[in-house]
Design a protein around this ligand. Structure first.
Ligand SMILES: [Fe+2]
Ligand SMILES: [Fe+2]
Length: 134
């Protein structure tokens, strides 16, 4: 499923590392679902993924703020929407449902994550690089 690929790089080391970790955490959840792990293992895993995503978003927002990136407000809204959406999904999810149902949820989250990295995160890349952030 999800894998890190150099074309996902935003050319800033800390951010790339966090993106790799996010993808790795999503993959772990994927493996757990396929191995039919119990809900009390999967649910905290999902929560940890969300917690790390929040921390990562703060890292990006702090960087953008420090260098007065003009797209900060829009980007922050995107982060908020992503977290809200994922939390909604987590609340609605009936854990222990058939694998196909669970995989659909994870695919959806994975796509949101990859889309955000590929499109929205790319927007600050050049701006911050030009100001010496790598
Ligand atoms: Fe990001
Ligand atoms: Fe972002």
């Amino acid at each position: 499923m999800l894998t890190w690929d150099p074309h996902l790089s935003v050319n800033i080391a800390t951010i790339d590392e966090q993106h790799k970790k996010l993808i790795e955490m999503a993959c772990e959840l994927d493996r757990g679902m396929r191995a039919d792990y119990a809900t009390d293992i999967l649910q905290p895993q999902f929560r940890q993924l969300l917690e790390f995503a929040s921390l990562h978003f703060r890292t990006e927002e702090d960087l953008m703020e420090r260098y007065t990136f003009p797209g900060l407000v829009t980007h922050r809204h995107d982060h908020l929407a992503l977290i809200r959406h994922a939390e909604e999904i987590m609340e609605r999810t009936t854990w222990g449902k058939p694998l196909l149902y669970m995989m659909g949820i994870l695919d959806f989250i994975g796509n949101m994550l990859i889309n955000h990295i590929q499109r929205t995160d790319r927007e600050y890349s050049t701006y911050l690089n030009e100001r010496g952030v790598f």
